[in-house]
Design a binder for this molecule. Sequence first.
Ligand SMILES: [Zn+2]
Length: 325
Amino acid sequence: MWPAGEGAWQIRLPLPWALNSVNVFLFRQSGGYLLLDTGLKTDESLLALEAALAGLNLDWRVITRILISHMHPDHVGAAAEIRRRSGAPIRMHPREAEMVKPRGPDHKFFERAEPYMHAHGVPQADIDAMREEASGVSERMERFVADESIAGGDTIEFAGGALRAVMAPGHSPAMLCFHCPEQRLLFSTDAILERTTPNIGVHWFYQGNPLGEYLNSLRTLELLDVDKVLPSHGRPFQGHREWIAGVRGHHRKRCAQILAAVGGRPLSAYEIAGAVWGEDRPAAARRFAMAEALAHLEYVFREGRVEQRLQNGVTLWKAAGHAAG
Ligand SMILES: [Zn+2]
């Protein structure tokens, strides 16, 4: 836990994954504290958050607001538990809130994901392996109904100025970043990360053109007056415009790799992901690679550079203008 600016603190919480930590932020307000994001619902994470509060001579009851950037488990997993401990309402964008609602024990994540996996060419054995790996996540993510909604442009006052919600879809459908103009801080959540690039993928719950949306979001974020970026993963850094330029280059390169992999023979997104990222990877990594391949395919499809067609219920892609092989 360390100061993130005036009236704001950054708290690093553990994740049991290769990406081994997530940052949440605490903001002092009149009459309490606002918590931005929550970490996973694990004993390690809740104890780390409790210890960070204790380090400021605070406890759960001082939290009077819980604000959520987006619906991914490492950002919302403990929200319901922290609401029970603090009594604070959970505020979230309605589109993101929709996806964390309880759907009953028989409505597990993968029951919806499976038809989508089939439609993009994932063999059943690989779907089973992916389901196995994903089951560990649902245990650490308690579903809930949010109490309040937030939209882009809304502002929230805190002791160090205002937090303005900035819509930055791409990594998730209605992700929010928070800009504090007074201190020139950007709480970039997962839109801008320190060392890595956010996963931009097409998922069963997020179809369409996420990469196009993400590149638009970067244009919005680029214009903000920012001295320090405070991402949800990694350390704070300066130079958001240089970072954005680098990430644009990364996605241009990925599009070129995808186009190189798409030849005259129609291939599924799963086959293309295997060609670009390699096939010898853990199931979760292959699932993310396929989602990412699809995001780039949808993007270059809109540029007219690839064609798609349906064959036996599977979407196949080939380079535009190639005769069917
Ligand atoms: Zn995320």
